[in-house]
Design a binder for this molecule. Sequence first.
Ligand code: CP
Ligand code: NVA
Length: 305
Amino acid sequence: MEHLLTLEQLSKEEILDILNLADQLKFQKKNGIPHPILKGKTLGMIFQKSSTRTRVSFEVGMHELGGQALFLSSRDLQIGRGEPIQDTARVLSRYLDGIMIRTFAQKEVEDLAKYGSIPVINALTDYCHPCQVLADLMTIREFKGGFEGLKATFIGDGNNMANSIIVGCLRLGMKVSIASPKGYEVCKHIEDFANKEYPNMFEKTNDPFIAAKNADVIFTDVYASMGQENEANERLKAFKGFQVNKELMQIANEGCMVQHCLPAHREEEITNEVFEEHAAEIFEEAENRLHAQKAVLVKLMGPKE
Ligand code: CP
Ligand code: NVA
């Protein structure tokens, strides 16, 4: 593994490898066992969008691994004044050992990897959010003990989270069903990927109750993602009925988990009641960002096996 740009680029074995290392790093942290695997290494973190979890977990993660992280806001970087990504990539490659980027276009992340000479980590684009879904998969395994035979359901926008959830859950042997309103369905590229690589494992519907039937894990995410703030009112209307609530949970399997990448908009995509009932799983998921990302950092920037 050279970069983490999308989950499609990882095999089932590579994902499991990351999750196993993440479990080990979580154990080491909980037991006070130092693990300065990235001593002397520096990660640059480019943010073109806001963040709470991603920023803090990467920064703390690098610190715990013995290295350091630099927060680079695009407002302060010359990228914000038009310096091309190709040049930024070649310059930063001469100072840093790895780059994490959160931005709009997936192409920017791909270009950073193409023109730079150090590992690049996608920390969310409009297309996908692989770091989040690695943490989600880690959490599912913690709570459910494995993946095979489980059904994952996504309720809501066919957005970056939906894309990575579909790919990650299918890769690890889960069935996936997604329910979105008309006009907000998952992109054709992901639908084709799912149907071609995992025939009979993927379902797309406009009915949340079809998707949630017999689910073992239900995911949801905000109606309006970062960059779509001006569509918020329109989306609020379009997504009516696409809510993770008590009625929906009742048709899922007993013991069904709820996962939300956060931030959550209570009483929009999820009721406060369901959120609080599943808070233990949701905040474990948030914590696991730290452990899963540390595993990714070690795989990409650590000593080669
Ligand atoms: N889930 C997630 O990526 O959170 P932040 O936007 O706070 O980083
Ligand atoms: N879909 C959301 C995820 C936030 C972590 C967004 O892109 O804003």
